[in-house]
Design a protein around this ligand. Structure first.
Ligand SMILES: NC(=O)c1ccc[n+]([C@@H]2O[C@H](COP(=O)([O-])OP(=O)(O)OC[C@H]3O[C@@H](n4cnc5c(N)ncnc54)[C@H](OP(=O)(O)O)[C@@H]3O)[C@@H](O)[C@H]2O)c1
Length: 295
């Protein structure tokens, strides 16, 4: 690994929520970042991937590419598996072949949600849907590859980019007088900007050799209902938000009832202070206001 000299960092899936935030992070970096999405670099194309990583002399791959539509994954397991598992194996192989580190993002959906205390990295994984199964298979492919890796499991990601719970709530709160939101699924909202900052911290501080699986979300705990109420308050929306049980919704997808992730390992290894979820939500909502997003 190069230490103080510039490194070449490849970011895949750069048009997504996390990828866009990595662009901002790269502005402050002394390293050379290369940003790609499916049109420039399809991670399911093994040969193209290997050639790219070799030619660009990549030192670190930050994989932000994924099949993230949890509902659609139930009907299209083949594609979900190709992107979240098979292609992740290709990335790990490519990283190993050039001695690069793979920083990969995984999910709280690798757990069943039956816990009632925060999940640590040592807890047994037991996905309850296709998305979680394919993401777990991707983690396993990385571990089996023998490459140097950092896997960051995160949850409830939102940002000013793309589609997410915050933007959906803001839209619905404008259209409706009352909104029903489930209060029996508990987790931690995570601002994609905070996760990108944390990845930037690991790279900038040359801690990419801290191989392993880590949990990273914002600090704190809430239900989707609490999250929605906070979104309403911070955006000064008058919509009435009602707490309802998840069984009142018919859905093909089973979601974990409890998916709070324990972040002790991340904090202690990287010496990083993680922001509290509500403060980060305020930051995101202020950014949406600044972008003149109608809220
Ligand atoms: N979103 C969440 O709530 C959440 C929660 C926990 C963990 N995560 C994990 O966090 C990571 C980042 O999530 P995100 O919300 O930023 O995802 P996202 O917004 O859906 O971005 C993923 C990006 O990857 C691209 N992509 C898809 N297939 C590709 C391929 N074959 N080659 C290259 N790029 C491809 C997508 O393009 P298209 O849009 O054209 O498909 C998209 O631009 C993912 O690993 C996800 O599993 C997300």
């Amino acid at each position: 690994m190069k230490n103080c000299i510039e490194m070449n960092i490849l970011v895949t899936g750069a048009h997504g929520q996390l990828g866009n935030e990595m662009v901002r992070v790269s502005d402050k970096s002394k390293d050379h970042y290369v940003f790609t999405d499916i049109n420039e670099l399809d991670i399911t194309n093994r040969d193209v991937l290997h050639t790219f990583v070799n030619k660009e002399q990549i030192d670190v791959i930050v994989n932000c590419a994924a099949y993230t539509n949890v509902d659609k994954a139930e009907e299209d397991e083949r594609t979900a598996n190709l992107v979240n598992n098979v292609a992740v194996g290709y990335l790990a192989e490519a990283a190993k072949s050039v001695g690069a580190t793979l920083i990969h993002v995984s999910t709280d959906y690798v757990f069943s949600g039956k816990n009632n205390v925060p999940y640590t990295e040592h807890d047994i994984t037991e996905p309850i849907g296709i998305y979680g199964e394919t993401k777990l298979a991707g983690e396993n492919a990385i571990v089996a590859s023998g490459c140097n890796y950092i896997i960051l499991r995160t949850a409830w990601l939102y940002s000013v980019w793309g589609n997410n719970f915050v933007k959906m709530m803001l839209k619905l709160m404008k259209e409706r007088e009352t909104l029903n939101v489930v209060f029996d699924q508990i987790g931690t909202p995570t601002y994609a900007g905070d996760l990108a900052d944390a990845i930037g911290w690991i790279i900038d501080h040359r801690m990419i050799d801290q191989k392993g699986i880590y949990h990273f979300t914002n600090e704190g705990v809430c239900s989707w209902y609490d999250f929605a109420v906070a979104i309403g308050k911070l955006s000064e929306n008058m919509c009435n938000i009602r707490p309802v049980h998840s069984h009142e919704y018919s859905s093909k997808v089973k979601r974990p009832h409890y998916s709070v992730l324990d972040k002790v390992r991340f904090r202690e290894t990287f010496g990083y202070q993680i922001p509290y979820w509500m403060e980060s939500l305020e930051k995101c909502i202020n950014q949406l206001k600044a972008k003149k997003y109608e809220i």
